[in-house]
Design a protein around this ligand. Sequence first.
Ligand code: FES
Length: 198
Amino acid sequence: MRILLINQYYPPDASSTAYLVGELAEDLARHHDVVVVAGGIGLAPLRPVIHELIAHRERYGEVSILYGGRAPSELLYVDELERWRGRFDVDVDVTVDVADGDWHGRVGVVPRLIPQAVFDPERVVAMMCGPEVMMRFAAAALQDRGVGDDRIWLSLERSMTCATGHCGHCQLGPLFICKDGPVLRRDVVEPLMRVAEL
Ligand code: FES
C-alpha cells in the first residue's frame, strides 16, 4: 500500500501551490485520460491541475472536468469554466444541486455526471476534491465504470490546525491528513471514509 506524500513532489525551488499540483498532475497522469471531479470550493485546489492539463494538452488523452456547486451563485471561476468549455479538446460538465430562475444547465449532484463523462476507464486517472460525501459517491461511480482504486486520487481537506501532525484535528483513523496527505489514493482512504464519525 502506497501513500502519496505530497511533499515528495515539492522541489526545492518550487514557489507556488500551482507549480506543486501541476507537477503532481503530470507525474500521475501523463499519457492517460484525466477526469477532474470537483465539488464547491474543491475546484480551487484542482484549478492548477486543469491549468497544467490545458497548458500541456498534448501530454494527456481525453480530459474531462466535472464540477458541481450547491447553487449557480456558488460556482467558482465561472469565466474560466466557460473558456474551458469553449475548447474542442476538453469536456466540461457542470451541475448544481438547486437551480435558480436563470440556470439552464444540469441539476443534480456531481457523481451523476460520471456515467456519461468522456474517458476510457482502462486508462483514466481521476483527481477529485470536494465534500467527503461527494467524493465517496463519485469514487463509487468511477468504480462502477471500471476505474481501478489505484487510479482514483482524493484531496482531503479536513480541518487543519497545526499542519505538523501534532494536534490531531485532521486525523482520519491512523492517517494525519496534514502529513500523510492531503492527496491520497482511494484504496488507502476509502475504508476509513466509510467509518462514521472517524
Ligand atoms: S492539523 Fe494538526 S495533526 Fe494535522
